[in-house]
Design a protein. Structure first.
Length: 115
């Protein structure tokens, strides 16, 4: 799968937004190393959330994802896949809404086999 221009655009703009080099530089020059580290860590975690969200949104809407989900569902004897929003919790604790597939498993009795 090729990189999405959307994801690349998000990455470029968000790195600049989240990593304010001037502010970080000023904190170091002022001798405020603790504040520098704290700001850098928070900025990187926000960037992490943004990058994860962008990739999840891109992948969940891709044809490749749908094909993989249909193949998996077939191997598990699941039918009628439907897309719906679901929340995924990232490592940082942030919850992201993405489209995913859900299906119901057909009961054995409905296929003519009594369990």
């Amino acid at each position: 799968m090729n990189n999405s221009p959307y994801v690349v655009k998000i990455l470029k703009s968000k790195i600049e937004d989240h990593l304010n080099a001037k502010k970080l530089e000023d904190l170091i020059l002022e001798g405020r190393f603790y504040d520098f580290e704290k700001q850098l860590f928070e900025s990187l975690m926000e960037l992490y959330d943004t990058v994860c969200s962008a990739f999840l949104a891109f992948i969940s809407e891709s044809e490749c994802f749908e094909q993989q989900q249909r193949k998996l569902a077939e191997s598990m004897n699941l039918k009628k896949l439907k897309k719906r929003l679901t929340k995924i919790q990232l490592r940082t604790g942030t919850k992201v809404e993405v489209n995913s597939f859900y299906a119901k498993k057909v009961r054995e009795t409905m296929r003519g086999i009594d369990i």
